[in-house]
Design a binder for this molecule. Sequence first.
Ligand SMILES: [Zn+2]
Length: 203
Amino acid sequence: MSPFRFSRFFLILSCLFLAGVGQAFAFKTVIIDPGHGGRDLGAADSYVYEKHINLDVSRRLERALREAGFKTVMTRSRDEFIALSERSAHANRYRNAVFVSVHFNSAYRTAALGIETFYRSSQSEKFARLVQTELIKNVGATDRGVKTGNFSVLRRTKHPSILVEGGFISNKNERSAMLDPQYRQVVADSIARGIIQFNRRIF
Ligand SMILES: [Zn+2]
């Protein structure tokens, strides 16, 4: 093989490699998982229930992503109980997808506040960082950072997957903020922006 042919061979090989790697992260579908539902209320304080906030933010996220050209799948679209194993089984039926679970937090210490994003696999770390950065930038909440979490939906879902905790229901200020539809819209839009950025990345 001549040196020219040899370098051309490597050029083609590296292009194929990049295309392959790029493809692994270029997704068309976003699976949105509104946490809890039905008899599982999630966090609750002063008649504010996490399951309702999760579903509302998820619906807003669904709308934003569809407008951006993504296909979306909801693990629940109404107030019903869905087992955790069912959520990930549902998610794993799709290909070229990412998974985002939407939650709001609670703590015994009512002063606890802020937003945090969890991931489990190394392929999801970048995804978590992009979403967390958008959330902190746009919501203006305290940055609790990106963390690894051993959540069932993150463990069992095959796709790049994250779990967002969009504020504390147990904190008086954050609880009243999330009762404002504007706040929930900003949270949803920020998650959408992070997802769009993750889709554009070539690793
Ligand atoms: Zn939750």
